[in-house]
Design a protein around this ligand. Structure first.
Ligand code: PMP
Length: 283
């Protein structure tokens, strides 16, 4: 475990930021979750690109160039001496006044946490999980655009609470027009008649790095891919459904709103993509 705040390593017990940081007060900030496999940060450039794009949309100035940020991550990793880890990179608006005015925050804070993460018990990776559709809808792009990976996750958290109240671990979020967007912190895929489908980002999905990796892998293996609007009907009648994300990696979804998906077990296309993903990440 390593915690670095604005370039200085800080023991866990002492690691903290001001209660006047607008990241804390208003969720005003951006973040990334990255994985380290065999000592290498997986898709580092893509994650940093997304971080800087999210910051750009929020008019949030990151006090490091992308190259400097990449170097800082590498230095932290070297110091931590871990070869397999999860990295949380956070940039907050910084300390300001009470009141949302972002101009009163002089300097953003850059926080790096190198740790591990385990979202689901191991056995679920073998058998898959059941999910429900949340009643809460994904933010419309003209509210908080879901493409911004911001510190404001209440939309997702409300859906997660619904899932837990229904005895599930995960929820599906639809967009305001009733099309499938994504899960609470993961992208969603379905396989039907030998083709792979995932919602396009304009339907409310984050442009997931794992999502893109899966699309690339599918293309390589000759599995036809489509980024097209998906409905609940499509998911209920799919051969396979699964989700993808940096923290969760790949997880099969075997039941949605009480409907068993396919055979009710992780399917062959999922297993092949999982194998390809493991090979790629370990390379
Ligand atoms: N959707 C949301 C809302 C997310 O927060 C994440 C990241 N946890 C994802 C999808 C998956 O993105 P990635 O593959 O880049 O981790």
């Amino acid at each position: 475990m390593l915690i670095n705040i604005n370039g200085t390593n800080t023991p866990k017990e002492e690691a903290g930021i001001s209660v006047f940081d607008h990241g804390f007060l208003y969720g005003d900030g951006v973040f990334e979750g990255l994985r380290v496999y065999n000592g290498r940060i997986f898709k580092s450039r893509e994650h940093l690109q997304r971080l800087y794009e999210s910051a750009q949309v929020l008019c949030l100035k990151i006090p490091l160039t992308m190259k400097e940020m990449s170097q800082r991550l590498e230095n932290c990793l070297k110091e931590d001496k871990t070869t397999n880890a999860y990295i949380r990179l956070i940039v907050t608006r910084g300390v300001g006044a009470l009141g949302i005015d972002p101009r009163k925050c002089e300097k953003s804070n850059v926080i790096i946490i190198i740790s591990d993460i385990s979202l689901y018990p191991k056995e679920y990776y073998k058998k898959g999980i059941a999910i429900i559709t949340a009643s809460v809808r994904r933010n419309r792009p003209d509210t908080i655009n879901p493409r911004i990976k911001s510190l404001n996750y209440l939309n997702n958290i409300l859906a997660k609470i619904e899932a837990q109240n229904a005895g599930c671990m995960e929820a599906l979020l639809l967009n305001d027009r009733g099309f499938v967007a994504e899960c609470t912190a993961d992208n969603i895929f379905m396989v039907k008649k030998g083709r792979l489908y995932t919602p396009p980002v304009h339907e409310g999905a984050l442009e997931g790095i794992t999502r893109q990796t899966i699309l690339d892998l599918a293309e390589i293996t000759g599995l036809e891919t489509h980024q097209s609007p998906i409905t609940q009907f499509d998911l209920y009648t799919a051969d396979e459904v699964f989700m993808s994300g940096t923290a969760c990696e790949l997880m099969a979804i075997i039941k949605i709103d009480g409907r068993t998906i396919g055979t009710g077990a992780p399917g062959p296309e999922f297993k092949a993509l999982l194998k390809g993903f493991q090979k790629l990440s370990a390379a």
